[in-house]
Design a binder for this molecule. Sequence first.
Ligand code: CP
Length: 325
Amino acid sequence: MTTQATEAAAAATLTSRHLLGIAGMTADEIGLVLDTAIAMKEIGGRAIKKVPTLRGRTIVNLFFEPSTRTRTSFEIAEKRLSADTLSIAAATSSVTKGESLLDTVRNIEAMSPDMIVMRHASSGAPHLLARTCRSAIVNAGDGMHEHPTQALLDAFTIREHKGRLAGLKVAIIGDLLHSRVLRSNVILLNTMGAEVWACGPSTLMPPGIGGFGVRATTSVDEAVEGADVVMMLRIQHERMHGHFIPSVREYFTLFGLTPERARRARSDVIIMHPGPMNRGVEIDSEVADGPYSVILEQVSNGVAVRMAVLYLLAGRDIDVERGEG
Ligand code: CP
């Protein structure tokens, strides 16, 4: 581990044994995760990308919604920390036969896992489990509520490029109404002292968004002007019940991030997207693949940040290099 990360990890720990959301985390706790992730990233750069830290711990990944990045990066993070790990997709589980979430988890818990990483379409589902389960629960995205590890990896990526979070102008643009990524990022960035702008069509803005601690606007130009960071969000058709935008073409014309719009940002702007990305809807390919894009760095950093979260939750008493408690 680097000296900086060792000191950070030794200085504090997370108060909760679960990670249910960014809400409730202090700036110190967020800083601890980000500092710990520096050491975890170093492990990922080695020829042998594995440490025995979580040897003998069992982690179950329980995904009730589709995922590419989150599920894969949790699995890689768990393997790099030497945990015994298995993944269950709802589509191939007995949930399809009518078993409830609580019964499913009670049965998994009967096999004595140490942690359960869960994604679920219902906001609050991980909180329900945390009240009844012995295992530590990690929220991998719950409905429209929170996606805490996404916000942590976003913050890690921003800090790598900008050296800080405080004082930055961060513009988050897209489907704000249905986005758990927005919610977690707003809470985290506010806690760390960034200035957050939220931009989208008025039909896709949560009611009372001004009370969330963001500057809300329907003008992409205003949001992007002088921004240090521009984060694009996709339209979440799977959570929409009704018509929120007239057409994809019109949406791209009014809210898509084009090279012309991106030029309004600072000359050292970074362009982010949590994925999955819809090219030609919220973002132009020239921007997504351009020199300011850090979208694939976000994905790489997801492994390091998730390793840090698992280590801090499951391995409070473990030496990260030797895996000894
Ligand atoms: N960012 C994110 O959550 O992507 P996945 O849905 O692919 O996990």
